[in-house]
Design a protein around this ligand. Structure first.
Ligand code: TYD
Ligand code: MG
Length: 455
């Protein structure tokens, strides 16, 4: 009989070695080789190819009966919306965000709500002492919620404890970067530690039917610190975004194996924790009584949800020949350069001796290409110092040719604008039904600019 073969797998790059070594021969990382217990010994006669010697696996059609996974609605509607209905049993969710954005606060609130609803909930903090979490819970008015709280960082301790009784329905790990697995070497937060700890916790969640939530730190460039594979390992990835100096926070699904990724949840951070914002449009619009040049309202779409945001432009003429600045907050600066170029080339409006500032109000970030026309309107309005009508919204995509292109969900955008009291829409010529709003349709940027300048 063949001796069972040992093999060692690098936790960093995944390469396999037959002997243990301190350094991986492939990626050069130290202390990353770990013995892989389940090395399968292939019979000799099957060694030459992979088409024999294995077990037969069952294949079945797509329409076989499977129950939908159970969802645990937290009762925080904005969180449930981003999750696609609530946490899913036996699944793993990763929530990332800048420090201080409110991840711990949000999860504590969700944990407390579920606990008050009678679920078993465990909250393990590796960052804060248990008393700190208790104090925060008390401040949020949730001190009486029956959450099982612990301050721990050893995955073995956590799983030993939770494995004894009935497994919790929700397990919050705050944060995965503080967790430590003694199966492998290395300090908490290192790539191999984060991956090994997450793997064990996820395995526990899948085996015991627990909804696991991992808090993940975010690096400077905005990706979740630690291995990128962390995002592959979990079922759902949520990003908690916002400017710390602003009150508003947006929870966005980046990946969701159980639902769409196009929904957002909107929160406001106040002294009593995160509160839900049911009507985000009213929040992103600053007070709009007076007409000021350079501001235009844009009906953005977040998934299937329209959100009205205010786009503000400021154009400052320069006396000297210094290189003019272009600064953008909340939008893509390359796209601004493109709009400026199209305005210059197709409509003869010159911004080359002016500084241009563009801002999306309320700390909101717009990625919707339909914002082009609204941005162009704000720029033209700022340059000409002619305010755009306060009861009008603008949307449409611009081509380099100066053509105004139709956009997705034009009617949904118009309905939301009408709901909030707007009366007019400046939009692409096609794709918009006459309905709630008075619609001015444009085929070209030239015609649009003429309209804005009142010619
Ligand atoms: P926290 O949840 O600790 O952020 P994270 O876990 O993402 O690092 O939130 C910390 C910030 O939120 C902190 O700067 C204070 C603020 N905050 C409030 O404004 N009100 C509150 O009720 C709470 C609990 C926090
Ligand atoms: Mg925290």
């Amino acid at each position: 009989m063949a001796k069972p073969q040992k093999r060692y797998v690098c936790q960093q790059c995944g390469s396999v070695a037959s002997k243990w070594a301190g350094q991986c021969a492939d990626c050069g990382d130290w202390n990353t080789l770990v013995e892989d217990a389940g090395a399968v010994v292939t019979p000799f006669q099957a060694k030459h190819n992979l088409q024999s010697g294995g077990r037969a696996i069952a294949l079945s059609g797509l329409d076989s009966e499977i129950p939908l996974p159970d969802r645990m609605a937290t009762g925080i509607a904005e969180l449930d919306r981003a999750l696609g209905g609530g946490f899913v049993e036996a699944s793993a969710t990763l929530i990332g965000g800048d420090p201080g954005i409110g991840k711990s606060t949000l999860l504590l609130q969700a944990a407390a709500k579920l606990a008050l609803a009678g679920r078993r909930v465990a909250y393990v903090s590796g960052e804060e002492a248990a008393d700190q979490v208790r104090l925060r819970a008390r401040r949020l008015g949730l001190g009486s919620a029956p959450v099982q709280l612990a301050a721990a960082t050893s995955v073995r301790d956590i799983l030993t404890t939770l494995g004894q009784g009935q497994a919790p329905a929700l397990l919050v790990i705050d944060s995965i970067q503080t967790m430590h697995s003694d199966l492998i070497e290395g300090a908490p937060g290192t790539v191999s530690q984060v991956r090994a700890s997450a793997q064990e916790l996820i395995r526990f969640a899948k085996e015991r039917g627990t909804a696991l939530v991992l808090v993940g730190h975010v690096t400077k460039d905005g990706s979740i610190a630690g291995p990128r594979v962390l995002e592959h390992m979990v079922d759902t990835v949520l990003a908690f975004e916002g400017e710390r100096s602003h009150q508003y926070r947006i929870l966005r699904a980046v990946k969701n194996r159980f639902g769409g990724t196009d929904e957002i949840g909107v929160f406001a951070m106040a002294s009593e924790g995160l509160s839900e914002v049911g009507n985000p449009s009213s929040l992103f619009l600053s007070d709009r009584d007076e007409s000021v040049s350079g501001t235009v309202v844009f009906p953005a779409l977040e998934g299937t949800r329209p959100v009205l945001v205010e786009i503000q432009a400021l154009v400052v003429r320069l006396a000297s020949g210094a290189t003019p600045r272009r600064a953008v907050v909340g939008w893509d600066s390359a796209r601004l350069a493109m709009i400026l170029a199209v305005l210059e080339a197709r409509c003869g409006l010159s911004f080359s001796t002016s500084e241009v500032y563009l801002n999306i109000a309320g700390g909101y970030r717009v990625a919707d290409p339909a914002a082009d026309l609204a941005v162009a309107a704000a720029l033209v309005s700022a340059l000409s110092e002619r305010p755009v009508a306060t009861d009008a919204v603008a949307f449409g995509e611009l081509a380099l040719s100066g053509e105004v292109r139709p956009v997705a969900h034009a009617n949904l955008r118009c309905r939301e604008a009408a709901k909030l009291g707007f009366g007019k829409a400046m939009a692409p010529a096609s794709g918009v039904e006459k309905g709630a709003l008075e619609v001015a349709g444009f085929r070209t940027l030239g015609a649009f600019v003429e309209h804005l300048l009142g010619r």
